[in-house]
Design a protein around this ligand. Structure first.
Ligand code: PRX
Length: 634
């Protein structure tokens, strides 16, 4: 039950920061900083000064070959060096860098110095396995210290990591490992979730039978259970065995500013996931600058981002952002409501978390249990809250503000994407807030809402969300698919602007209100999943001849899948088949694909060229106007 019934459907209040927040603000004057950011090349040139470079860049931006932008041209730098080694020489040497906590109440702390030694040992181990600069390393691990050590070791030696979320299926893992042609897979025996140990090794085992590029499988003994003694692939070695006897020193590889840092696959409009390519220096500048400014990161902060490192939020704001700022990052493994719905608030109290960043779906989920859980804990250490992944409904915003933030903490609603690498539209702590709006583009970023022809739409009207200038942490391309990179992001709207694939509107104060995706991508509990991926999972079941899926709104998950299926002869959609289909899709795609309802139909709306018109299904489902149906065949 939602217990804040006083919340109006349309929340109109404006929330201003209090004196304490204003006093601590890194950026005191929002408008002035936005003004400064208009000269975006110089603005971002200045932000690169925070790092230790092996060689300073000769030029900040090269835009001679649009849309293949280059940042910090000629610069040489290493991310791991800046995130770890740099702090060893300072007072932060013995400060906790990583505070790992799990739902069983276990913890592990690694200081910067301890992290440094472990990263170096593992980098040496990878080197001994023949991994060198530019090689790809796939990582299929739960949230655990070894995950962070693995990624930093890759970046220290210049290997490109490609993390696959540990909730994804065998099929998803195979596809991503093969596309990246990974030389190494790092995985573990299992992970903790809601009091159970989930076996990951069996997924990795099954996947490895289909991944010939992988020469070595490194296995972390994490849960201490279910490690199969049979080394199915014949390529296995344990993480801890590899670390034994390795030297604790490793010289950081001098990376070019534009060398690839990592690949991260995300869903798009077709069945094939997109391998988003991020490069080194621009990504570092983007994540460190945005985290510092949006969350006022100071010495003494304890930062907790609840995202999994399997997604971009975990890359940028569990690991790289906080470590590049020399902060302490809390890494949590487990469910938000285990052992009870106060689990997260217990952690906030126990460790004194100061900045807390999560997803609207998690807030809505915890809100269902009522305010009695947060009430049990002292949450006064919290100073700033944040959200990401989907629009936050005003009810959830107000609940979060009242019950978690005790009306003292501004909420940073950050809009960004896997492709953007770091926050694009977001308030700063000094910004007056309107619940449900991510406010305005950050300094140095210029977002807008335009029509199909690239013309700005009138205030209050919906249109396509675009970014008008390049920015340092932008994706550079899609791995092995330059055409798709150009067509997806730079051809949709004329004028060489970045098309985000979102629909938004701007209000009279220039605040952005994000309304959702304009393409065939669903947002289930904040996770991106392509309709065509779900459809191909359905048709891989013998009962299904054709499938079309749409997103259906859900009070907790935001959206769930509604499927329309044409069945093969001899099949009937009874309860048994529904259960079987649900299981099948879950097996094919993993638990992220949450199925709401399945409906049997005789035909599907299609264009004359055979493309499914999901728009028509959606309109019918919502009882809306069907819009332009001139291309509809039937
Ligand atoms: O639709 C927008 C939504 O999430 C999409 C990006 O998804 P992904 O690449 O998985 O990255 C999620 C975490 C950065 C966007 O196109 N989205 C993200 N943040 C917000 C949002 N929608 C509304 N408000 C947000 N704050």
């Amino acid at each position: 039950m939602v217990d804040d019934t006083d919340v109006l459907l349309k929340e109109k209040r404006i929330f201003k920061p209090n004196e304490i927040i204003l006093g601590k603000a890194i950026i005191k004057d929002w408008e002035e900083e936005i003004e400064k950011g208009k000269d975006y090349v110089n603005y971002w040139a200045d932000k690169a000064e925070q790092f230790t470079w092996f060689k300073k860049p000769e030029k900040t931006l090269d835009d001679s070959n649009k849309p293949f932008f280059k940042w910090y041209v000629g610069g040489k730098i290493n991310l791991a060096y800046n995130a770890v080694d740099r702090w060893i020489e300072t007072d932060k040497r013995n400060q906790v860098a990583i505070l790992y906590v799990n739902e069983r109440g276990e913890e592990e702390k690694l200081t910067y110095y301890e992290l440094y030694r472990k990263v170096n040992k593992f980098a040496n181990a990878l080197k001994n396995l023949g991994v060198k600069k530019g090689d790809k390393v796939s990582v299929y691990l739960p949230m655990c210290p070894e995950l962070i050590i693995s990624l930093l070791a890759c970046t220290k030696l210049g290997a490109i990591h490609s993390v696959v979320y540990s909730g994804l299926s065998v099929m998803a893992l195979v596809e991503r490992v093969n596309d990246a042609e990974a030389k190494i897979l790092i995985t573990s025996d299992g992970t903790y979730r809601r009091g159970k140990v989930i076996d990951l090794k069996n997924v990795a085992d099954e996947a490895m039978l289909q991944c010939s590029s992988v020469e070595t499988v490194i296995v972390v003994k994490h849960t201490g259970t279910s490690i199969q003694t049979s080394d199915l692939s014949g390529k296995e070695v344990f993480f801890d065995t590899l670390m034994e006897g390795e030297p604790a020193e490793f010289e950081a590889e001098e990376m070019d500013a534009e060398d690839t840092l990592f690949l991260l696959y995300t869903s798009g409009s077709t069945g094939k996931p997109k391998g988003v390519v991020h490069t080194t220096a621009g990504y570092m500048v983007g994540v460190a600058t945005t985290l510092r400014n949006v969350f006022n990161i100071h010495d003494g902060d304890l930062w907790w981002c609840t995202a999994d490192v399997g997604w971009i939020t975990g890359h940028s704001y569990v690991i790289y952002g906080p470590l590049l700022l020399g902060s302490t990052t809390l890494v949590y493994e487990g469910a938000p409501d285990y052992p009870d719905p106060g689990a997260w608030w217990n952690i906030v109290e126990k460790y004194g978390v100061t900045k807390f960043y999560t997803a609207p779906t998690a807030i809505r989920h915890l809100m269902r249990y009522g305010k009695k859980y947060p009430k049990k804990y002292n949450l006064s250490s919290l100073k700033i809250l944040g959200t990401v992944g989907e629009p936050i409904n005003p009810e959830a915003w107000i609940w979060y503000h009242k019950n978690i933030g005790r009306e003292q903490c501004p909420i940073m609603d950050t809009w960004w994407q896997t492709e953007t690498g770091s926050y694009m539209i977001s308030p700063l702590p000094v910004t007056p807030l309107k619940p449900g709006s991510a406010t305005r583009s950050l300094p140095g970023i210029e977002a807008d809402v335009v029509d199909r022809d690239g013309k700005p739409v009138p205030l209050g009207k919906g249109g396509h969300l675009v970014i008008k200038n390049p920015w340092p942490s932008m994706l550079r391309t899609l791995y092995k698919d330059e055409d798709r990179y150009i067509n997806t992001y730079w051809k949709e709207i004329p004028g060489c602007v970045y098309a985000a694939g979102d629909i938004a509107r701007k209000d009279e104060d220039g605040y952005f209100w994000i309304q959702g995706r304009s393409d065939d991508v669903l947002k289930i509990a904040g996770h991106r999943i392509g309709t065509s991926e779900v459809e191909s999972a359905f048709v891989s079941h013998p009962a299904v001849a054709e499938a079309a899926v749409i997103g259906k709104s859900d009070p907790i998950k935001g959206e769930v899948i509604k499927a329309f299926l044409i069945l093969r002869e001899g099949y009937n959609l009874d309860t048994k088949l529904i259960e079987e289909l649900k299981k099948h899709v879950r097996h094919e795609l993993g638990p992220v694909a949450v199925l709401g309802a399945i409906k049997q139909v005789d035909s599907l709306p299609k264009t004359r060229s055979g493309k499914i018109m999901r728009r028509v299904l959606r309109a019918r489902e919502l009882g809306e106007d069907l819009g332009d149906t001139s291309t509809l065949e039937e």
